[in-house]
Write a protein that binds this ligand. Structure first.
Ligand SMILES: CCCCCCCCCCCCCC(=O)SCCNC(=O)CCNC(=O)[C@H](O)C(C)(C)COP(=O)(O)OP(=O)(O)OC[C@H]1O[C@@H](n2cnc3c(N)ncnc32)[C@H](O)[C@@H]1OP(=O)(O)O
Length: 241
């Protein structure tokens, strides 16, 4: 089967083409527009390039979208795939009726990492390799994530590590929550630089998933942080509160 992300890559290239030169046939452009516009009607996919992405982030996005063409890697959209289904399932099974009824609060709720305007917070995209049980995240941490002047706040680094490790664990184990996260901060990360977070499943023991991560510069020369984490698969028969 032709991988879905290869179709999305082709569509993205078609939509970008007028800036690059020859205009693709009108039929192809209409189909490409439809693919992305129908998703935008429901939710904006925040894992696609926007004008705040720097050249490094765009380059890594393009490189990994190419790797998706043979099906070894999968682009993880911020909406419209398994994450939305998991969120829906989580709400139905684990969200107490009392909380579920608070529609106004829930309608304002946003995934923390996607709650900033373009370029100010976390700009990131993830790709997953099923065979290697590995997820990579390319992240450009914006100016609102500052800790020491000019560098990222340690809490924001923990957040994007947790987010990437969570996706790795969710893909391997379903509905999980972080119960432990240990981080070694080895070098500070300059604001607005692009880093790669590489997470893999080390072992699964019953409901426990052990995930390890490292955070490096995109040329892989600088190791900024490394981390280990433990996720527990939620038991639908146990209340969370
Ligand atoms: C969430 C998914 C949907 C969303 C997707 C959207 C995208 C991504 C969103 C990004 C989200 C980002 C992610 C986030 O932000 S997740 C949010 C932050 N995490 C939490 O709030 C989790 C709080 N913890 C809990 O609620 C409970 O602990 C849960 C429900 C997880 C398990 O309670 P439960 O009562 O069910 O299980 P158990 O207590 O019998 O424990 C089971 C086993 O585990 C062992 N154990 C437990 N803790 C530890 C520990 N610290 N070190 C070592 N071991 C530990 C324990 O000894 C036992 O082992 P054993 O005796 O069987 O050998």
């Amino acid at each position: 089967m032709f991988p879905a992300c290869a179709v999305r890559l082709r569509a993205l290239h078609i939509l970008r083409a007028p800036r690059g030169g020859v205009l693709p046939p009108a039929g192809e452009r209409r189909a490409a527009q439809k693919l992305f516009s129908s998703e935008k009607v429901i939710h904006k996919d925040r894992s696609l390039p926007n004008s705040s992405w720097n050249s490094d982030l765009k380059l890594m996005f393009d490189q990994f979208m190419k790797k998706c063409e043979d099906g070894s890697w999968e682009h993880l959209p911020s909406y419209g795939s398994r994450s939305s289904q998991i969120v829906q399932y989580f709400k139905e099974v684990f969200l107490e009726t009392k909380l579920r009824k608070d529609e106004q609060m829930l309608s304002q709720a946003r995934l923390f990492t996607r709650s900033y305007e373009d370029g100010l917070g976390f700009e990131y995209v993830m790709f997953h390799n099923e065979q290697e049980k590995r997820t990579v995240c390319f992240c450009q941490g914006g100016p609102y994530l500052q800790g020491p002047p000019g560098f990222l706040h340690g809490g924001s680094i923990a957040t994007i590590i947790d987010e990437t490790a969570s996706m790795t664990a969710i893909i391997a184990g379903g509905i999980v929550m972080t119960v432990n996260l240990n981080i070694n901060y080895k070098r500070p990360i300059p604001l607005c630089s692009v880093v790669v977070i590489n997470c893999q499943v080390d072992k699964i023991e019953g409901r426990k998933l052990f995930i390890s991560c490292d955070v490096r510069s995109i040329d892989e020369k600088t190791l900024y942080s490394d981390a280990t984490s433990l996720f527990i698969k939620l038991d639908p028969n146990k209340s969370l509160t």
